[in-house]
Design a protein around this ligand. Structure first.
Ligand code: NAD
Length: 526
């Protein structure tokens, strides 16, 4: 058996050597239509490479390969599947610096967090599912039922016993469709449970940040993933994503992305009776009570607002602060952002956040800032006076960064005095923009927090344990933190309610998704 010590993924280290191609049936190939899309560096606005603009024909080849690989892979002993997952994890760790640097260049996220937090999470995902399947996988259910049935005569029922057990079997070919905010982690969180469960797949990563998924294909290849088990198709949502959703041989769709896209994919997939998992957007509240630890709360509130340029589905974009500490809290927030946050080149280790992903996305975020201004809200751009890279800020918050004048940078934006009913408070902005409003009572906090269509996450801040427990239990969200934000165990269920989705991922919840469950019920003879 191959060991990690003897294998290498031979990843390129220079962007000039990255030539993205589809990975189908264990081989790399350009799209059959010969078309490519320009990919822009968000920090400069310049084209850095091209990605395949794949279409139905490529999707079809990829699905064929996944379907052909399924019978053998689904019967491959768990120990062999786990060994391959562990080799993938080791190769991700060995290449975390290359992967993290490309992720930062491609997506705009700060390089430190890409290398030191996100790549380790990718490796951890493969290790987690290797362990889960070697520890027995999904626990099967059993039952023994005494019932009246008539094995010999219709007129004289006789007591008998029925024993039942469940059997989980790999489900088939899955389509995995992922967004751009955490490009590689989003792929790994789906891919690891899928192949651990014995299913095979076609991955359609985001067209806006594809480099690390392409590099992952080299890691999978080097780790010995058999051909066809994982296929990766690059391209747009409509050109490559939708044919994958509609393909008759794709049994499952796991999608993470925006709610509007999720609604369309959900409708297409369920019309064909496919199982579909939707992890969607959020408009997540944080509630800070008078009796919270204000230093801890303000620091975390800033992280919740601006981490990853605010491009985190779990971002605390609506913050509610109780009257008693409201003024102090907001002033501490302003001062700390102005002193601690550096915006600029994502490859500079000092940078707290970089550019947003694209010109189109920047225009969308700036549009929400202008809307708040039109609605006479108070809009502040909290630029750090010591951030010497910042050369200017426009009236709607766009930053000019020295040496990166064409980049898609937005100032840390604070909005107050805005109506709860405003679109700015109700819709996902997905940028470095936070709204902070005051509240009076506990009941009011719960009502405001629950007042959106979304239900992904929330956080509650108070040192009163009874209140903490009471409030956390009343919030309509899949994930509620107490005196905390973003810390979570990759084994605990993750997912949202309402417009935030219809499923739970992680641990056994993910394994279950990629399997079919059968009930085997048999009569026990006397
Ligand atoms: P998006 O919906 O625009 O795209 C996501 C993926 O879907 C991309 O790969 C895209 O090409 C593909 N796609 C687009 N249209 C498609 C179609 N018609 N058929 C098939 N595929 C299609 O989302 P995005 O802008 O890439 O990502 C940002 C969104 O993702 C935000 O709303 C964010 O909250 C959400 N998100 C949610 C979670 C979560 O776990 N709940 C995690 C990360 C991001």
């Amino acid at each position: 058996m191959t060991t990690t010590a003897t294998i290498s993924a031979n990843l390129p280290t220079d962007i000039k050597d990255v030539h993205i191609q589809n990975y189908i049936n264990g081989e790399w190939a350009p799209p059959t239509n010969g078309l490519f899309l320009d990919k822009y560096n968000p920090a400069t606005g310049q084209v850095i490479l091209q990605i395949p603009d794949s279409a139905s024909a490529d999707v079809d080849s990829a699905v064929k390969a996944a379907k052909a690989a399924f019978p053998l892979w689904s019967k491959t002993p768990v120990s062999e599947r786990a060994a391959i997952l562990l080799r993938i994890a080791d190769l991700i760790d060995e290449n975390s610096s290359i992967l993290g640097t490309f992720e930062s260049l491609d997506q705009g996220k700060p390089v430190f967090s890409a290398i030191h937090f996100e790549m380790p999470m990718c490796a951890a995902s493969f290790r987690q599912f290797a362990k889960l399947i070697t520890d027995g996988g999904i626990k099967e259910s059993e039952s023994r039922l005494e019932s009246m049935i008539t094995p010999t005569s219709i007129t004289q029922p006789k007591a008998s016993i029925t024993e039942s057990v469940t059997q989980h079997i790999a489900a088939g070919v899955a389509g995995l469709i992922t967004p751009w905010n955490f490009p590689l982690p989003m792929v790994c969180f789906k891919l690891a449970p899928c192949i651990a469960a014995g299913s095979t797949c076609v991955v359609k990563p985001t067209e806006l940040s594809s480099i690390t998924s392409f590099l992952l294909s080299h890691i999978l290849h080097a780790a010995g993933v058999p051909k066809g088990v994982v296929n990766i198709i690059f391209g747009s949502g409509l050109g490559a994503g939708e044919p994958l959703v509609k393909h008759k041989d794709v049994k499952l769709i796991s999608f993470t992305g925006g709610s509007a896209t999720g609604a369309r994919i959900g409708a297409l997939a369920s019309g064909q009776f496919k199982r579909v998992s939707l992890e969607l957007g959020g408009k997540n509240p944080a509630m800070f009570f008078d009796d919270c630890n204000i230093d801890h709360a303000v620091t975390t509130s800033i992280r919740g607002a601006y981490t990853n340029q605010g491009e985190v589905c779990l971002c605390a974009s609506r913050q509610y602060v109780q009257h008693g500490i409201y003024e102090k809290f907001v002033e501490m927030f302003r001062q700390k952002v102005r002193s601690d946050i550096f915006v600029g080149n994502p490859l500079d280790p000092r940078t707290f956040y970089g550019p947003v992903i694209s010109q189109q996305h920047m225009d969308k975020v700036l549009g929400y800032i202008r809307l708040a201004q039109e609605e006479s809200a108070t809009v502040e751009f909290l630029v750090n006076p010591n951030d010497i890279a910042v050369k200017g800020v426009s009236s709607d918050g766009r930053l000019t960064i020295e040496g990166h004048e064409g980049g898609y940078f937005i100032a840390p934006t604070l909005i107050t005095n805005i109506k709860q009913s405003s679109r700015v408070m109700q819709e996902e902005i997905f940028g470095p923009v936070v709204c902070i409003l005051p509240f009076g009572t506990e009941e009011e906090a719960v009502e405001l927090a629950n007042d959106t269509e979304y239900g992904l996450s929330a956080s509650v801040w108070t040192l009163d344990h009874d209140k903490l427990d009471r409030v956390m239990r009343q919030i309509n969200a899949g994930l509620v933190w107490g005196n905390n934000w973003l810390n979570m165990d990759q084994d605990m269920p993750f997912g949202g309610m309402g417009c935030s989705g219809n499923c739970r991922e992680n641990g056994k919840y993910s394994l279950e998704f990629y399997t079919e469950v059968k009930t085997l019920s048999r009569h026990v003879f006397d």
